[in-house]
Every structure is written in C-alpha cells, then in structure tokens.
Design a protein. Structure first.
Length: 263
C-alpha cells in the first residue's frame, strides 16, 4: 500500500494517509523497533481505557522504516486553530487545560512509572552532579500518584474534530503525579521555540497567553495550592532537559538554576 498525503510530522516521525480511514505514523530511520513497539503498546492501553485517542491497529514495516497504523483523525490541532485565528486562543487554551485535568482523573497502574522515568532522566541529564543530587533530593520528597499522565501534553497534541477532541502522541504516557504532568506541560509552553510552520505572528506573546489560559483552566478544574506544584519545577525541568529538544536548553538551564537557588 502506498503512502497518501502527509498529515503532519514531528522530531521522530511523519504521519501519512494510509488507505481508507487509516493513517500511518512512520518513524524516521534509526528509530529502534523497541521504541516503536513501546508506543504501540502504550497507545493500546490508553485506547482500551476509553479515552479520546486514535485507535492503534498494527505495526507495519515499510522498507527500512517502521510505523504504527492508526485510525485516521480528521481535524486541526488546537495550535493550528490558534494561529489561523487568534480570536480562538482563549477557547483553545482553556479547552486544553480542561482536557488535561479530565485526563488526570483516570487512575492506572498499567503504564510505566512516571517517578522511575524522571529519576533515570535526572541522573542521565547533562548537568553538574550537585544539581542532579539536589533534584533527586527534591523528587523523593514529592508525592507519587497513580493518575494517567500524558508526558507531552500541549495544544499541538490535541486535534479538534467534529466529534470532539482527540489527544495524540502518547509515547511518554505514565502512571504518576498529575501535578508533575501539569508542570511538565507548563514548561513546554514556557520554553518552546517557534515552530517552522508559524509565520507572521508574535509567537512569544502567543505562547504566554496560551500558558496563562491553560494554567487557569487546569487549576480551576483541578485546584491545587501554588506551593504544591511549583515544587515540581526543578525535577520537571531537568527531566525535560534530558529530552534534548533543540532551542530549549538555555531557557531550561535558567529555570533549573534559579529553582535550585530558591530551595
């Protein structure tokens, strides 16, 4: 079967139409079979939980690349709704906050441990040993949990369709603290570089408006004392640093070192 129209792409994969009502997330050359299989298994667990996600059908080898065949979702991401019409910004940002809070009401022990993943990533991060030691000290003092956590939730990972919102890209999903997941998403918005497809708008201003409305909606739906979630900033920022996203390092280092100096 031949690839159809490209529907989107990210750092690790491209998404194409693939037959009737199907799409294939085709991972870039060099991605391990284990990594793709992990995402496929996670997607199956999340779909079986009845959450608003695309159904995964099967793994598929295409030449030297491996992919996952998914149910095809038709619609724009919330980010693309925003950049095509800035009047939708508050609606899209608040919707994302509400969706994220709703997600955290689901409990699961079927997914990998968020705390274990964060611990590994902190210890492997490209930082001074004393900073990593302080982050680990902070982490062990923070409460664990069994909430379903996305691990990469943001407005470009929510597709708005005629049948409602669909959340995509679940490869980092885990079971853990909802506040850690919330802080991680907040950091993504704070340090995000301007995507190549965005032109003609003040992206820095837009992302901070999205952040403000997202946080307000999330905390309205899932109230939390400010101190409870800001304690997650340093471990979460180091966890994000380990992911090695281009353009984020300097901003994350400032957040980490400022956070360390305050605790």
């Amino acid at each position: 079967m031949e690839l159809g129209q490209k529907l989107g792409e990210g750092r690790l994969a491209e998404v194409f139409e693939f037959g009737r009502n199907r799409a294939i997330k085709l991972f870039r050359s060099g991605t391990s079979v284990a990594q793709v299989t992990h995402e496929y298994e996670i997607a199956g667990i999340v779909h079986q939980a009845g959450l608003p996600v695309a159904e995964p059908y099967e793994l598929f080898q295409m030449g030297e690349r491996i992919g996952i065949i998914y149910e095809r979702i038709t619609g724009l991401t919330l980010l693309k709704h925003i950049i095509t019409d800035l009047r939708k910004l508050r609606w899209a940002a608040e919707l994302s906050g509400q969706l994220h809070a709703d997600l955290h009401k689901v409990s699961t022990c079927a997914l990998p441990s968020q705390r274990n993943r964060m611990s590994r990533n902190i210890l492997a991060a490209p930082l001074e040993e004393n900073v990593k030691a302080k982050a680990m000290e902070l982490l062990v003092q923070l409460p664990d949990g069994d909430s379903l956590c996305h691990g990469d939730f943001h407005v470009d990972n929510v597709i708005f369709t005629t049948n409602g919102s669909i959340i995509v890209d679940w490869e980092n999903a885990s079971s853990g603290s909802p506040l850690a997941d919330f802080v991680h998403s907040s950091l993504i918005l704070r340090v995000a570089s301007q995507p190549e497809f965005i032109r003609g708008i003040d992206f820095r201003s837009v992302k901070f408006q999205i952040l403000r409305h997202y946080m307000s909606a999330y905390l309205k739906a899932n109230p939390s004392d400010r101190l409870a979630w800001i304690r997650w900033i340093v471990p979460s920022a180091i966890n994000r640093l380990h992911e090695g996203i281009p353009g984020e390092r300097d901003s994350l280092l400032r957040i980490i070192h400022r956070g360390i100096s305050l605790v």
